[in-house]
Write a new protein. Sequence first.
Length: 219
Amino acid sequence: MTDRLVLALDTATVVNVGLARGAEVLAVATVDDRMAHAEQLMPLVADVLGRSGVRVADLDQIVVGLGPGPFTGLRVGVVTAQILATVTGVALHGVASLDVLAAEYAQYPDEPPAGEFVVATDARRREVYWARYAADGTRLAGPAVDRPDAVPREPTIGPAVDLYPELLVAAPGPRRLDPGVMAVRGPDLADAGAEPLYLRRPDATEPSRPKSVLVGRDR
């Protein structure tokens, strides 16, 4: 692993920012408020860079989580990463946020996966985002959005496990994305492109054209 300086951003759930130089995590910051992505992301970036004595221009790469996640919060992180990369000329690498959790679990020091497993996060509306992985963290299926009872009955990690303990098969792995792991491992994860993984339409949509209520005049 090279000593590249990597900034990681993820807003698929909460607001996560991590900074790493090679395998060394320099700083991380998280805000759990899921309704304050736009207000909190750039201050967290400034905080992480400031604590590490790093400028945006010093970065070698920006890694951004593409979700899946809710429309508004996810868009904030992706657009911010795109703007930073464009302004500075730093390389941008998009990854599936679920892959970060899988990569961490695949190298879990205490109880790594013995076989295939599932990563599941909260999609709201009594649904979860999920993907299935091999023991080494390679994605085998997904990501998808479904009811918890439709998720494969395999050992499962991620925040949805604690939300639906009676429907998902809990495994003793990570429950939330670690932005430090994302900064270290993110550059080597599969390229997920540049478009956010919404998986479903946003809650807010443009209203359709109103129907006319005028009564035709007699001729």
